[in-house]
Design a protein around this ligand. Structure first.
Ligand code: UN1
Length: 510
């Protein structure tokens, strides 16, 4: 495992850092990380104590006082160097992402590429933190708005994108003048430790203080709760399940903090009679089985017009039969393991429930045993004929289950099914019919944060805003103008005249 050495991962690692300095607590429990790829022990990480949390916050607050004074393009220069450093470490970091999380090496490389891309995006952004100027209603007055940093921005990331989601938040937050605190998923803390060490090199090379990029590995019940309740953190970005996000939203709202929520998705692809199946079938299969169905944007429902239903079903059965399942570091395989054995149980239970509700599993569902499958986390992706209203179809099961749902009538019927769930992250339509495509994108079309035509639901580019509506939480990360959430908007009015006219024409004379 050369990549562990290259990344500075020891057999035992500390879980708290303010930059280059690491906190040395060892009494809060040790997370022993086993790879879902082969079940082998990789390394362990010590969790932080509430006292560690306090000292990290103190350092971060001190760092913010200075960091906010650094001109934004100079902050961008630091982020540019982080992007260069990530390019240097792309291969080993991708290998660790794949080995710790279980996604294919190609997807691990893609995830690190997303980090690099968001660095480039943030560098450009550092010269474009634009506000508006307005014309004042009063003579000799100038009015404009500007964006200021918030303070400590904290990112709580999920296991499925162990590094990219942090970078979407942290790189934007950093050029905006904030300092960052990262709480990674306890299932994949090693990649976070590795990234912390990479960023620390850049901070050291630039003689920057501790506290600009901090890491805390710890329990949700202590550290997570402390963060949610802490007025020192004006913004928390949470990626995770809907119940986790709901709790975070409630707690943070009580103290008037801000949240960016990127929660569950239940993403559908619509196949209309005009769909080009040469494009659609690979997009559906990648969307459903890529990352073993563990992306927020994974395709979970396929809404197929009855006139092409049998044809689509046959093509999918054929495609699924040719899937190679196994070690994701071996490029020949399409599908790797689920994150852990608990996820396998959840996958199997979902299939049982789907059948109970009247669904029919027409492919897959088995777990794999024997040579190469020792971790017990490998399963065969499932195809299930189902109806949209089943309870299990309404839920996000974080596994490769694709529900085939038939529709009749026109595209509005399909859109109603697409929208007929509580989540609202990603959605797609495959059609060559311009009217169908435009209706899908219209105000009465898809209600999701992402709506695509003739491409799948997953694999969003970093340049667009990423997030969704309804129980997906409403937050936006990454591209477009998501950066505005990491800043506070201030309106400034300046009187350069010799009188004091009041707005709204009010007369007040002394
Ligand atoms: C996630 O699953 O949390 O659109 C993020 C995609 C990736 C990001 C997914 N760019 O599939």
């Amino acid at each position: 495992m050369d990549f562990l050495k290259t990344l500075g991962i020891e057999e035992k690692n500390y879980g708290g850092s303010t930059g280059q300095q690491w906190l040395t607590t060892t009494t809060e429990g040790e997370l022993k990380i086993y790879s879902p790829v082969d079940g082998k022990f990789i390394a362990s990480v010590y969790q932080c104590s509430p006292k560690d949390y306090e000292s990290i916050i103190q350092k971060a607050n001190e760092a913010f006082i200075e960091w906010r004074k650094v001109p934004a393009p100079k902050r961008g220069e630091i982020v540019r160097q982080i992007g260069l450093k990530l390019r240097e470490y792309k291969e080993p970091l991708a290998a660790l992402v794949s080995y710790e999380m279980g996604k294919s090496l190609q997807e691990g490389l893609g995830e690190v590429q997303e980090m690099i891309d968001i660095c480039d995006f943030a560098v450009g952004l550092s010269r474009q933190l634009y506000g508006y100027t307005m014309h004042s209603e009063r003579p000799s007055h100038r009015m404009y708005d500007q964006y200021h940093p918030l303070g400590i921005v904290s990112t709580v990331s999920a296991f499925n994108f162990p590094v990219a989601v942090w970078s979407w938040n942290a790189m934007l937050a950093a050029v905006c003048g904030n300092v960052n605190l990262w709480k990674p998923s306890s299932k994949v803390p090693l990649t976070a430790v590795a990234v912390q060490k990479i960023t620390a090199q850049v901070l050291k090379e630039n003689n920057l203080s501790e506290g600009i990029f901090s890491l805390i590995v710890g329990k949700g019940s202590t550290i997570g709760e402390a963060m949610l309740n802490d007025k020192n953190i004006p913004l928390i970005s949470v990626t995770g399940s809907t119940p986790v996000g709901k709790h975070a939203a409630e707690v943070v709202a009580k103290r008037f903090g801000r949240v960016i929520l990127e929660l569950g998705g239940n993403n559908a692809i619509i196949l209309t009679p005009d769909a080009d199946l040469k494009l659609a079938i690979p997009a559906v299969v990648f969307g459903a089985v890529g990352t073993a169905g563990q992306r927020c944007t994974s395709t979970r429902r396929l809404i197929i017009h009855e006139s092409i239903y049998d044809k689509v079903k046959d093509s999918l059965l054929k495609a699924y039969s040719s899937l190679k399942i196994g070690n994701p570091l071996d490029q020949i395989n399409h599908v790797g393991p689920l994150i852990d054995k608990n996820a396998v149980t959840i996958f199997k239970n979902a299939l049982v429930q789907a059948e109970k509700e009247g669904g029919k599993v027409i492919f897959g569902g088995e777990s794999l045993e024997g040579e190469g499958y020792e971790s017990g986390c490998y399963i065969v992706p499932a195809l299930v004929e189902a109806e949209n209203h089943y309870h299990i179809v309404q839920e996000e099961t974080f596994a490769p289950i694709l529900y085939l749902i038939k529709y009749s009538g026109d595209v509005s019927q399909a859109i109603a099914l697409n929208n007929g769930v509580v989540q609202g992250l990603s959605s797609s339509i495959f059609t060559n019919n311009m009217r169908e495509a435009e209706e899908f994108l219209s105000a009465w079309g898809s209600d999701c944060g992402i709506a695509n035509v003739n491409i799948g639901t997953s694999g969003a580019e970093i340049g667009g805003a990423f997030g969704g509506e309804k129980e997906t939480g409403g937050g936006r990360e990454s591209g477009s103008d998501s950066w505005k959430q990491y800043m506070r908007l201030q309106t400034n009015t300046i009187n350069f005249g010799t009188t004091l006219p009041l707005a709204q024409g009010i007369k007040f004379e002394l």
